[in-house]
Design a protein around this ligand. Structure first.
Ligand SMILES: [Zn+2]
Length: 816
């Protein structure tokens, strides 16, 4: 129970006022609600203050015609391309910049030279520093990578860079970037053409951990084995030229992805005749590369309930057995895409199912999957279905899927996205009895990664954010939505990040704000994927509610489809379309490393003074008598010490009859005058309050994590009832470190317990201080036996030297 305190009506009013001033002093002033405008770029004609494309918004267009040839035996790609560059900017351009991503694998690339030992590696630490006691470590993966890099000539060979008239163009290489100096300045509104040829040796994905490459299957039926090729970042692509940064000049270091222009592609891909090719775009010459039967199956798939095999497992297994010297050329066209990727292998089976989404944009989309036998039932059952599910969910949050195909391809790349095509890694395991099985985690991973990568076709392949700068704009938004889609697939599997799961990261010291350029981020996963995903989940479920959030998010997607949003455009659109000021939210979650920890420190109950001495004096007395007896008096009584006044009863006086709570007419007159002097409304207010005799509870909160958030309260009452109260974050606006909140309940409605954030929806880091009164938090402790390091000293060499050397024939019956 909560001990009541007495309080006067006048004091009650001042309580709330004084809370505002607490710990917000001259020295440590901090305004968590300071407007973001001073941080965000100034709105202009290209990007307006609503977060929309401005009335003079522009972006460049780059169209490509490419003829590529896969030299399977050499694992080499040779290609030529013709580029048409449309300058829609208001600026005259004298040169163009291209991205040569394959040059990242050159031994003198900035990425190679700046990889720090025992630092945060390319994908997790490949090396670790020793501490003197333990040796430093190099992973076998890292050794394999170094060997591959040493043994192979990597990076582009680029030749014949010419303008539209066939005149040579001067080029200058700067790391992974290449400048082409134009023979004539390119004026606003004009377009120019150039062409070039190029070749490079394809990397082994599993050796170098890139975003594309080949995978070799040495034990396939064909002598020497077969490969799967996944080709991405494979052609020289134009850098973006933008209104906010002009040319992107950030070197490709491997992590910050790609900032690209939209354009139309016409790509011819020549591969061994027994290969199946999947690519961005729609296939133009099915009659040349597929059999009549396969074309019929593809047609049948349009209306099928479940995926139909276009290339069956039997056909794929047949292809696996032999190679061929013959080639075939597959031709794909893709309009309004920002990139182009493809995959090729004779191991591929291919299934397809039409997604009848209706509408005017693209009523029929072919969802398709390409995978080797190693994909097994996992792929047959779930890949294409997951592609369809992704479109169903994501389109609700954005716009109709606008392309003719959406594809999932199995290969060495664990998970990567391109327009209309994604690369996804999980597979089945071959067991001794010849069957293929998969774990529940692999099932979850396959469905999850397909949803995630296909989701990327929306963000950032269509809502074309600047990935080189801001990983969170694609990964964070997409991780938020893949969580939505995953929960709608099967809520029994732990899909998507829940706010409580980001807590460990948010209290850790290895952290930078979400608003950090991709290559400088520490711990990319939690920083750019899960923390923004958790933040958006909280924004949707807790702060804005689904109706406001979904409207605003869809508006963001609609505004920026086929365009290039910046973080400010997202922040502004979400505020402007929801109608809710969220500057404090972006500041706390995206610009700071604060975490959420709201502590409920104290709850006390106030009782309104009636000012009537006959009532208040009696209450005072009651409360005074409630105090425990002091130890001195307690022990005096135990010892039977008799007080002087007992021993001298004949000397009693007036004060032995009247205690200090005795009311006299002096107080009564004062009370009557007080009541008489009150204005009518004042008297009525006091009389009503005295009559109602409500409970006034004061809750004292402190903000230990720094991040201001709504205070969500569960209030439990003595009568067994319970209610939830949601206090907006704005309660912290004048006093971000401590606030008090008054809660008034009817007479008899006694508060027994208060809990902050009972559903763990705000990512509150310490839930022990969320309860008042505190309770014992259950936890686990495990007894363990200490293990002394005895490996070296306990070697019994005198005995061990008698051990016989095992041969392969020996049965491995006893481990030693
Ligand atoms: Zn991703």
């Amino acid at each position: 129970m909560l001990r009541p305190l007495l309080i006067s009506a006048a004091l009650l009013c001042s309580l709330q006022a004084s809370a505002d001033a607490i710990r917000q002093t001259k020295g440590d002033f901090e305004d968590k609600f300071r407007q973001l405008d001073e941080v965000l770029p100034t709105p202009n004609v290209y990007r307006n203050a609503a977060g929309e494309p401005g009335h003079q918004y522009w972006q460049q267009q780059v169209d490509y015609k490419i003829q590529a040839k896969l030299l399977e035996d050499k694992r080499r790609l040779e290609a030529s391309q013709q580029v048409t560059y449309q300058n829609n900017s208001p600026d005259t351009l004298r040169y163009l910049w291209l991205q040569l991503d394959q040059n990242i694998f050159k031994s003198d690339s900035m990425a190679e030279l700046t990889t720090a030992f025992a630092g945060i590696g390319r994908r997790g630490p490949a090396t670790s520093a020793g501490d003197g006691k333990k040796p430093a470590r190099l992973s076998l993966d890292e050794l394999r990578r170094q060997h591959f890099m040493a043994d192979n000539e990597l990076g582009y060979v680029i030749k014949d860079v010419k303008d539209g008239n066939g005149k040579p163009l001067k080029v200058t290489l700067v790391g992974t970037n290449m400048r082409i100096d134009l023979n004539q300045p390119l004026k606003p509104g004009q377009s120019t053409q150039f062409s070039l040829t190029y070749a490079y040796n394809i990397v082994e994905e599993n050796a170098v951990s890139a975003r594309g490459g080949y995978e070799h299957f040495p034990k396939d039926a064909r002598e020497g084995g077969n490969d799967i090729f996944q080709l991405a970042q494979w052609f020289p692509r134009l850098h973006a030229y933008t209104d906010y940064e002009a040319w992107t000049n950030k070197e490709f270091l491997g992590r910050g992805e790609f900032t690209l222009e939209f354009g139309n592609y016409d790509v011819e891909i020549t591969v061994p005749a027994d290969h199946i090719v999947a690519a961005t775009g729609s296939l133009q010459n099915a009659d040349k590369v597929l059999t009549r039967e396969q074309r019929k199956r593809l047609k049948d798939a349009e209306k099928a309930k479940r995926p139909v095999f276009v290339v069956t497992e039997e056909e794929a297994l047949e292809n696996e057995k032999e190679g061929t010297d013959k080639t075939k050329t597959w031709r794909f066209k893709a309009d309004k895409v920002r990139d182009f990727a493809w995959a090729s292998s004779r191991k591929f089976m291919w299934d397809a199912k039409g997604y009848q989404q209706g509408g005017d944009t693209q009523p029929l989309v072919m969802a398709m999957s390409f995978y080797p036998k190693e994909g097994g039932d996992l792929w047959k059952k779930y890949s294409t279905e997951a592609v369809v599910h992704t479109m169903e969910v994501y389109s609700r949050f954005s716009f109709d899927y606008p392309y003719p195909v959406a594809q999932s391809v199995n290969g060495p790349v664990g998970g990567m996205e391109y327009p209309m095509i994604t690369f996804n890694g999980p597979r089945t395991t071959l067991q001794d009895d010849g069957s293929r099985t998969y774990t529940q985690a692999e099932k979850r991973f396959l469905i999850g990664v397909v949803i995630h990568e296909v989701g990327h076709i929306y963000f950032p392949m269509l809502v074309n954010s600047d990935e080189r700068q801001w990983t969170w704009m694609d990964e964070g938004l997409n991780s938020f939505l893949d969580g939505v889609a995953g929960r709608e697939w099967d809520s029994d599997m732990p899909w998507g990040i829940e706010p409580s799961e980001i807590v460990d990261y948010m209290v850790s010291s290895t952290q930078v704000p979400i608003m950090t350029q991709s290559d400088s981020v520490l711990r990319l996963g939690p920083n750019a994927y899960t923390k923004p995903a958790a933040a958006l989940t909280i924004l949707r479920e807790t702060i804005l509610g689904r109706e406001l959030f979904d409207f605003a998010f869809k508006e963001y997607a609609r505004r920026w489809q086929y365009k290039r949003p910046t973080p400010a455009d997202f922040f502004r659109t979400m505020e402007e379309a929801s109608g809710v000021d969220l500057d404090w939210f972006w500041r706390g979650w995206f610009y700071s490393t604060d975490h959420v920890d709201i502590s409920l420190d104290k709850v006390y109950k106030l009782r309104l003074d009636t000012e009537n001495p006959d009532i208040d004096f009696a209450r005072d007395k009651e409360q005074d008598l409630d105090k425990p007896l002091s130890m001195s008096l307690e022990n005096n009584r135990k010892e039977g010490i008799r007080e002087w006044r007992e021993l001298n009863e004949d000397l009693k006086d007036f004060y032995d009859e009247h205690d200090r709570w005795t009311v006299t007419n002096k107080e009564r007159n004062k009370y009557n005058k007080f009541m008489k002097d009150l204005e009518d409304w004042e008297r009525e207010a006091l009389e009503r309050a005295v009559k109602e005799d409500k409970n006034y509870y004061v809750l004292e909160f402190s903000n230990l994590g720094g991040l201001v958030m709504p205070i969500i309260l569960k209030l439990d009452y003595a009568d067994g009832s319970s209610e939830t109260m949601r206090i907006p974050a704005e309660i912290w606006r004048r006093s971000p470190k401590e606030v008090k909140k008054l809660i008034v309940t009817d007479k008899g409605k006694e508060l027994t317990q208060v809990e902050v954030d009972p559903r763990w929806e705000t990512a509150d880091a310490d839930i022990e201080n969320n309860l008042y009164p505190r309770r014992i938090v259950p936890s686990r402790v495990e007894a363990y036996k200490s293990e002394k390091s005895k490996a070296k000293i306990s070697r019994d060499i005198m005995q061990d030297i008698k051990t016989k050397l095992k041969t392969d024939e020996d049965k491995d019956d006893k481990a030693n």
